[in-house]
Design a protein around this ligand. Structure first.
Ligand code: 4AD
Ligand code: MG
Length: 480
């Protein structure tokens, strides 16, 4: 076998002098009188192979079909490169065309396309440098997530996608049903009779694997779940998707402090992993960002280049403070006094991303962990503090992103949890099994959820969450 992927071909000096085959898609073709230069990329790396065909080597028909987007197999001798730009190049002997791409129709031209345009051709955008880099980094992050937990004694628990409960109690769920929408079976009072539905009850796509994760933690000790998560919130923002991937560790015998320590260590591990394993892709994205920033007004430019920002997170402890302390800071802040915030600030309000970003980017200038939020603005399962007003919640806030992690210590007291469930109006029949873990062998425990795409935004510097998932799902969009 003389076929090699480019990540190998371009980095293995002992292949120089050998006859090898590379396969991939043409990025550019440059022709001069005596020679044709083909930049080939196969997606295994951001770097292209330069293939050099001297005049007369390829027949006219083949030469014509070599154009941006075409897929080829190129065979030749790997030689030390004459030009700068690359260490090796391929002296072409033979080209096989797998699939031509009519240059008059192929939408990806060798120039910079806007991200908005690329979203409309999401079936082809993985072939661009930017999306290649993002998707390889997304892979590295996913792999690192499994590695981190595996190496620290966690078990991967597969929690269900279809559920009968609303884990976050926010009611933003996609219904799962096989009933005929035009003539569903009805009860006497006219309501839909879900007893006749596939599962014999109302079911939805999961908004979080946490509740089942807790069942696992209260048996296996330390577990994590990592899978697709669905929210039917109508948020057309740069940080929300209707379908995203969430990783949720859940640990028996962890309290809030342990939970924070784990979250900080985990996030730093992921950043370090990507710095170590994806240097070329990061370098490319950093340069891309610098070019993009030049088009922005001075005040909106990010203060640090991408790699510096990532190293900065590694080198600094996250700032930990309570929600109450954060509200004090925000009330004293300039944008609040000058009425620059779009949303009000007072004890009890849910923080908006403008507030979170003020704390992280302007006040502390580093990642922040906020704890002990008012119970009214957090989910029913969080452990209540002794003051009866706050719960042991924690949100991790990142520069440029806002909330990247949400988590808490869980309420482990059966009576208190039952009461809270009733207060917020959750039907006990829908989560009786969850309550039973507090009745039988309850234990202090805690966990959190990290949105994979928010993390991918942070490490790639991409500004829109729709550009860090191959096929984004958001309101009015499920094309690809
Ligand atoms: O803060 P959230 O809603 O927390 C939970 O779902 C808990 N059950 C997690 C746990 O304790 N096990 O979501 C957790 C994280 C957010 O911080 C954010 O990173 C991400 O999930 N997230 C989203 N990412 C993209 N699009 C959305 N619509 C998201 N909603 C939440
Ligand atoms: Mg949250």
């Amino acid at each position: 076998m003389t076929y090699f992927q480019l990540n190998r071909l371009l980095t293995t000096p002992d292949l120089v002098g050998q006859t090898v085959t590379a396969k991939g898609w043409v990025r550019t073709k440059r022709e001069s009188k005596n020679v044709t230069f083909i930049a080939l990329n196969d997606g295994s790396t951001i770097n292209n192979l330069q293939a050099v065909a001297e005049a007369g080597i390829l027949d006219e028909e083949i030469l014509r079909k070599i154009s941006t987007g075409a897929c080829l197999a190129v065979t030749g001798t790997l030689v030390a490169s004459q030009g700068s730009g690359q260490a090796v190049e391929l002296k072409v002997e033979r080209v096989e065309i797998y699939g031509p791409a009519d240059p008059d129709q192929y939408p990806l031209q060798p120039k910079r396309h806007s991200l908005e345009f690329l979203r409309e051709i999401a079936h082809l955008r993985p072939r661009t440098n930017t999306f290649g880099a993002v998707l390889r980094i997304r892979h590295a992050l996913s792999f690192a997530i499994h590695k981190y937990f595996n190496d620290t004694g966690f078990f991967y628990l597969h929690t269900p996608i279809i559920t009968g409960s609303d884990a976050e109690g926010a009611g933003e769920m996609f219904r799962v049903t096989t009933l005929d929408p035009l003539k569903p079976p009805r009860n006497d009072d006219g309501s839909v009779n879900y007893k006749e539905d596939f599962f014999g009850k109302e079911t939805n796509l999961t908004v979080s694997g946490q509740l089942e994760g807790e069942l696992g933690a209260l048996a296996l000790g330390k577990v994590y779940t990592f899978g697709p998560t669905f929210r039917a919130e109508n948020s057309n923002t740069t940080r929300h998707l209707a379908e995203f991937w969430m990783v949720e560790p859940e640990m028996a015998f962890y309290e809030l402090e342990d939970n924070m320590n784990l979250a900080e260590d985990f996030l730093k591990y992921l950043v370090r992993y990507v710095l170590e394993h994806c240097p070329d892709d990061l370098k490319f994205l950093e340069t891309r960002l610098i070019d993009e920033e030049k088009l922005k007004p001075q005040t909106e430019r990010s203060p640090m280049p991408l790699l510096e920002k990532l190293r900065f997170v590694l080198d600094n402890d996250f700032q930990r403070l309570t929600y109450t302390e954060a509200i004090d800071i925000l009330v004293q802040s300039k944008p609040h006094k000058e009425k620059k915030f779009g949303y009000p600030v007072a004890w009890g309000v849910d923080l908006q991303s403008e507030h979170e970003r003020y704390l992280v980017e302007k006040h502390f200038k580093k990642p922040v962990i906020l704890t002990n939020y008012p119970k009214e603005i957090k989910a029913f399962y969080m452990k209540q503090d002794a003051d009866n007003r706050t719960v042991r919640a924690m949100d991790v806030l990142f520069p440029g992103i806002g909330e990247i992690i949400g988590g808490s210590q869980r309420e482990d007291d059966y009576e208190k949890l039952k009461q809270r469930v009733a207060e917020v109006g959750i039907a006990e029949e829908s989560i009786w099994w969850y309550l039973e873990t507090r009745k039988f062998g309850s234990a202090p425990h805690a966990g959190f959820g990290l949105g994979l795409e928010r993390m991918a935004m942070f490490v790639t510097g991409m500004g829109n969450i729709r550009d860090v998932i191959p096929f984004p799902r958001f309101p009015k969009s499920a094309e690809f």
